[in-house]
Design a protein around this ligand. Structure first.
Ligand SMILES: [Zn+2]
Length: 348
C-alpha cells in the first residue's frame, strides 16, 4: 500500500510518499481501508523528533482516520467487513486496573496511535490495522472526511473541559487558539454546556469563524491585549476556566486571566515547555491546575453523541490528497489552518 513515511527526523523534506508493506491484522484486530485521515500537531512533533522519545522507523504518522472495515481477525466480534468506522486513537492493554477503571491513559502500555506506534503504524496510509476495540462506528450524519477530522481533538477537548475542568453553565472560558483543531471543538463544547467561550485568535478571518461556531466573545491577539480584554469582558472578575495548549508564550497571561478559585487545564505546549508560573497567584487566589492527555473511549463516545445530534460540527480547513502531507504540515507550522486538515488517499 501507499503511505506517507519518514525514516529520519527533520523538516517536511524527510516525508516520502511511497510503498510500504500492507498491515497484517492479528486475531483481535481489524483492517480498515482508509477513506480519510487528518493532521495533528503530533505528526510534526514526531517528524521533528522529541528529546527522550524513540520513534520506530519507518514511521507513518496519523492519529485520526475513518474508513471501511476490509477484514477482521478470527477473534473479533461486533465489527464486520463493510462497517464504516473511525479510529479511537488511544491504544492500551484494556485489561489492567487503569484501563478497566476508565483511565486508559495511565496504562503502562498506553500509546497514541500514529504517534508512538510503529513501524509503519498510523493513519496516513491506504490501510490501517487497529485493535477491534479501537474501531468506533462512524456517526451516520458525517462524511468520512468529517469523521476523520474529529476523534483526537474532540476527545481531548471534551476531557479537558468536561472531565477535568468541569465546565458549568455561565462559566467564562478563555480558549487559546480558538480557530485551531482543539479550539473549534472547545468553543462548541462550551456552547453545549451553556458556558461562554472567549476565543483568542490571530486574525479577523479566524475571529469570524469562531463567532459562527458560537464563541460568545473573540479577542484578536494581533491587535488587542488579551488580559485587558478578559478584564473588560468579565467585569474584572476573570475567567472560570482557561483552555491551554500553547504553553510558554501564553501561560503568564492565562494565570493572570483566571478568577479567584479558577481552573487552568492544559494538554500541550506548542510554543515551549518552560512556562513561567508566579506561584503567589496559585496559593493566594487558590487556583486549580489540571493536566489532561487524550481521553478514554467513553469520553469519545459521549462527545460523539453531540456530533450525531448536530450540536458539535466538524470544522475542516481543506481536504488534500494524502501525498500532500508535507504541504499540510507546512500550513500548520505557518499557523494558516482553521479547524482541521484532512488527507484523502488516491484510491479512497
Ligand atoms: Zn492497561
Amino acid at each position: 500500500m501507499k503511505a506517507v513515511v519518514f525514516e529520519q527526523h527533520g523538516g517536511p523534506e524527510v516525508l516520502q510518499y511511497r510503498e510500504v508493506p500492507d498491515p497484517k491484522p492479528g486475531p483481535n484486530d481489524v483492517l480498515i481501508k482508509v477513506k480519510a485521515a487528518s493532521a495533528n500537531y503530533n505528526d510534526i512533533w514526531a517528524r521533528r523528533g522529541l528529546p527522550g522519545v524513540k520513534f520506530d522507523m519507518p514511521h507513518v504518522s496519523g492519529s485520526d482516520a475513518a474508513g471501511v472495515v476490509a477484514a477482521v481477525g478470527s477473534e473479533v466480534r461486533g465489527v464486520k467487513p463493510g462497517d464504516e468506522v473511525l479510529v479511537h486513537p488511544s491504544m492500551s492493554c484494556r485489561a489492567c486496573e487503569a484501563c478497566t477503571s476508565g483511565q486508559e491513559f495511565f496504562c503502562r502500555d498506553f500509546k497514541i496511535w500514529g504517534f508512538q506506534t510503529g513501524p509503519n503504524d498510523g493513519g496516513h496510509a491506504e490501510y490501517a490495522r487497529v485493535p477491534a476495540v479501537n474501531a468506533v462506528p462512524k456517526p451516520k450524519n458525517l462524511t468520512f472526511e468529517q469523521a476523520a477530522s474529529l476523534p483526537l481533538v474532540l476527545m481531548t477537548a471534551w476531557r479537558m473541559l468536561v472531565s477535568r475542568a468541569q465546565v458549568k453553565p455561565g462559566d467564562f472560558v478563555l480558549v487559546w487558539g480558538g480557530a485551531g483543531g482543539l479550539g473549534t471543538m472547545a468553543i462548541q463544547i462550551c456552547k453545549v454546556f451553556n458556558a461562554r467561550a472567549i476565543a483568542v485568535v490571530s486574525s479577523d478571518e479566524k475571529a469570524k469563524r469562531c463567532q459562527e461556531l458560537g464563541a460568545a466573545y473573540v479577542v484578536n491577539r494581533s491587535k488587542q491585549d488579551v488580559a485587558e480584554q478578559v478584564r473588560n469582558i468579565t467585569n474584572r472578575r476573570g475567567v472560570d476556566i482557561v483552555f491551554e495548549h500553547v504553553g510558554q508564550a501564553t501561560f503568564p497571561t492565562s494565570i493572570r486571566s483566571l478568577r479567584w478559585g479558577g481552573s487552568l487545564v492544559t494538554c500541550g505546549a506548542t510554543s515551549g515547555f518552560e512556562a513561567v508560573t508566579d506561584v503567589r497567584f496559585l496559593w493566594n487566589k487558590q487556583l486549580n491546575f489540571h493536566g489532561s492527555h487524550m481521553g478514554n473511549k467513553a469520553e469519545l463516545l459521549a462527545a460523539l453523541r453531540f456530533v450525531e445530534s448536530g450540536h458539535i460540527k466538524p470544522v475542516i480547513d481543506r481536504v488534500l490528497p494524502l501525498k500532500e502531507v508535507p504541504q499540510g504540515q507546512e500550513l500548520m507550522e505557518q499557523d494558516k489552518v482553521v479547524g482541521k486538515l484532512v488527507y484523502v488517499p488516491e484510491a479512497a
